[in-house]
Design a protein around this ligand. Structure first.
Ligand SMILES: O=C(O)c1ccccc1NCC(=O)[C@H](O)[C@H](O)COP(=O)(O)O
Length: 257
């Protein structure tokens, strides 16, 4: 599944590159205001740092929510106190787009994450050109030299890399690649099973100064509390927010966990 998602994302990026060549994307990236300091936003210790996700659909759950105005949803998250916004830009299975990212960027003043299956520099240029402050790098998608290269390029563009791991080996590879913000995703990307207990196990393997982000599997405030008690600086939440009747109220309830 992961290979299929990455292949599709790279094909879609190649299609966009034929319309917007690399040198043009570079210029668009340079024209953007500098990226926000996302690491500082996710490290804040005076609140629970929630990353609210704009998520229409997913391979594991199919259609989740008809989000006709991603900027309104993101503004509602930010108004409720989200530390950052995650925008799924993968088109085929998550029904997202770079247009969603651009719209969200214009609507909020908190850091914005491009959540995508990234395997080459061009996708990072696109992320910055669309106004992203954070780019997702999934360790399982990348061999170590490529992970290191993409991590360095993310930093060169002034963005923060959220480097996502699912296993102990991947968490160590993330740190070796220079990651200072590491996500532990509870969702097994092959079986889609959720293993929230993995967060505590893997977070303990990370250097004490790493920003630890717990990803996936939050349904209730108690789930958020468990992640925070296990050492999460930030918690990334999608499905529970977009499927609730009032996403902002749900996010507030998570902030009060
Ligand atoms: O959500 C999926 O089905 C999925 C499948 C394969 C790769 C990635 C997938 N999700 C991306 C994410 O990491 C989540 O959207 C994010 O962590 C939020 O998770 P949740 O709160 O459980 O929606």
């Amino acid at each position: 599944m992961l290979e299929e998602l990455l292949r599709g994302s790279l094909e879609d990026a190649a299609r966009r590159r034929s319309a917007v060549p690399t040198r043009v994307a570079e210029r668009h990236a340079l024209d953007r205001a500098p990226a926000m300091d996302a690491e500082a936003a996710l490290r804040r210790s005076d609140r629970i740092n929630i990353i609210g996700e704009v998520k229409r659909a997913s391979p594991s759950r199919g259609d989740l929510a008809n989000i006709s105005d991603p900027s309104a949803l993101a503004a509602a998250y930010a108004g409720a106190g989200a530390a950052a916004i995650s925008v799924l830009t993968e088109e085929r299975r998550f029904k997202g787009s770079l247009d969603d990212l651009r719209a969200v960027r214009d609507a909020v003043e908190v850091p914005v994450l491009r959540k995508e299956f990234i395997g080459e520099e061009y996708q990072l240029l696109e992320a910055r050109a669309a106004g992203a402050d954070i780019a997702l790098l999934i360790v399982a998608c990348l061999d170590q030299p490529l992970l290191e290269r993409l991590h360095a390029f993310t930093r060169e563009l002034g963005m923060t890399a959220l480097v996502e791991a699912h296993t102990r080996d991947e968490a160590l590879r993330a740190v070796d690649a220079g990651a200072t913000v590491v996500g532990i995703n509870a969702r097994d990307l092959h079986t889609f099973e959720l293993h929230p207990e993995r967060f505590g196990d893997l977070a303990a393997e990370l250097p004490s100064d790493a920003v630890r982000v717990a990803e996936s599997a939050v349904k209730t405030p108690a789930d958020v509390r468990r992640y925070v008690d296990a050492g999460a600086h930030a918690v990334l939440i999608g499905e529970a927010l977009v499927t609730g009747a009032d996403p902002a109220a749900t996010l507030e309830s998570f902030l009060n966990a």
